[in-house]
Design a protein around this ligand. Structure first.
Ligand SMILES: Nc1nc2c(ncn2[C@@H]2O[C@H](COP(=O)(O)OP(=O)(O)O)[C@@H](O)[C@H]2O)c(=O)[nH]1
Ligand SMILES: [Mg+2]
Length: 359
């Protein structure tokens, strides 16, 4: 299940499908940890998961005992997150490959490790990851070694050295056109120092960042949809105008057109009874919980009285609405305004329902 499928479901107004895809996406996170052989991938995973080298389930580490097969480790503070210790980057990925071809597309997030500097293959992998809309961060490992080397110098400062390493790393990413500033400097010699504690916190919040990412996607899809529909609301307005001109007492007929349109729009956004029922069935929510976050009525409950109130509430327009002769001239604008506002509320409601369902 991918974010593209989620986007498509929101776009077509299949909110229930969007919720089920989002639930699948958020049910687990496979984090691929990848770097050149010997860069410290297995050691870092031990440090993150608090495994000792000799613990059962610990990945092999060392100059000769490198990882040939991928291994998985549950992230202790969030069992939905699994870290995968992958063999050396050169074994898993070739520069000309995309993630699919490299069999890496089922990972949801990537930690790319470099013991010294990032090279073309790290950049190439990062580009492919970002092309797929997946998350990536970088680890600059073994910083204790850099500090040891620098310590001999006269004007040594740990803080300045670390700052220099970070700046250098970020500059390289920027020069390579990689839009990522999540860089962690680590050393397995000291688990509580440098950016290792920050990296653990970062990993534990991957899923909540995924949730935010899905909400950003749905918000943007719904706003696009709102604009597209608002571009067509003149049509019922024009029909209303026609009816107003044709019949002196046309308000019932006009209101019926508006009500029909509203019901259709509710369906377009997936805000109708069966959709909400399906969402409630797959979450621990009641239909009531979902309707409580909505501003608009459900399609099945839109009444003539609703339309009347809406028309009357338009500033200065109520009078014309109820004066048949004048109403003809104002029907188009009034109806369009009422429908535009309704569609805007529906877009907000669809977002609120998704948020409520996924909480
Ligand atoms: N000094 C230092 N050595 C490290 C660090 N991380 C890993 N190493 C050493 O680097 C070697 C390779 O580590 P390993 O985790 O097996 O690398 P992998 O092949 O990428 O999985 C081992 O001897 C580790 O002890 C670190 O942060 N500092
Ligand atoms: Mg290894």
């Amino acid at each position: 299940m991918s974010t593209e499928e989620f986007k498509a479901a929101v776009k077509t107004g299949d909110l229930s499908k969007a919720v089920s895809i989002a639930k699948m996406i958020l049910s687990r996170c496979y984090v691929a940890v990848i770097g050149e052989s010997g860069s410290g991938v297995s050691s870092l995973i031990h440090a993150i998961t608090d495994l000792k080298n000799n613990d059962e389930g610990a990945a092999k580490t060392g100059t000769f005992q490198t990882t040939r097969e991928k291994e998985s480790y549950v992230f202790p503070s969030n069992p939905r997150v699994t870290l995968w210790d992958l063999p050396g980057i050169g074994t898993c990925f070739k520069e000309s490959q995309n993630l699919e071809k490299a069999h890496l597309s089922h990972y949801d997030f990537f930690i790319i490790i470099a013991a010294e500097r990032c090279t073309a293959i790290h950049f190439s992998l990062a580009r492919e990851i970002q092309k797929m809309g997946k998350g990536v961060c970088f680890v600059r490992s073994k910083v204790d070694k850099d500090l040891d080397n620098e310590r001999k110098k006269k004007d040594y400062s740990e803080e300045k050295t670390l700052d220099q390493i970070r700046k250098d790393f970020n500059n390289r990413l920027q020069t390579a056109g990689i839009d990522c500033t999540d860089v962690f400097l680590t050393s397995i010699r000291n688990h509580d120092k440098y950016d290792l504690p920050g990296l653990k916190t970062y990993i534990s919040s991957i899923l909540s960042r995924h949730t935010e990412m899905l909400f950003t996607i749905s918000r943007s899809v719904l706003q696009e949809k709102k604009k597209a529909i608002q571009g067509t609301t003149w049509r019922p307005g024009a029909l209303g105008l026609g009816l107003s001109v044709a019949f002196i007492f046309s308000k019932e007929a006009t209101a019926a057109i508006v009500a029909d349109c509203m019901r259709d729009y509710c369906k377009d956004f997936g805000l109708h009874d069966s959709s909400l029922e399906a969402i409630a069935n797959q979450t621990r929510k009641r239909i009531r919980d979902l309707t409580d976050v909505m501003k608009t009525p459900l399609a099945s409950t839109i009444t003539y009285a609703d339309i009347k109130t809406k028309m009357e509430n338009r500033a200065g327009s109520g009078l014309y609405w109820w004066l048949p002769v004048f109403s003809s001239g104002y029907a188009l604008i009034q109806i369009q305004e009422v429908l535009d506002a309704f569609v805007a509320d529906l877009a907000d409601d669809a977002q609120s329902v998704l948020t409520e369902a996924l909480q």
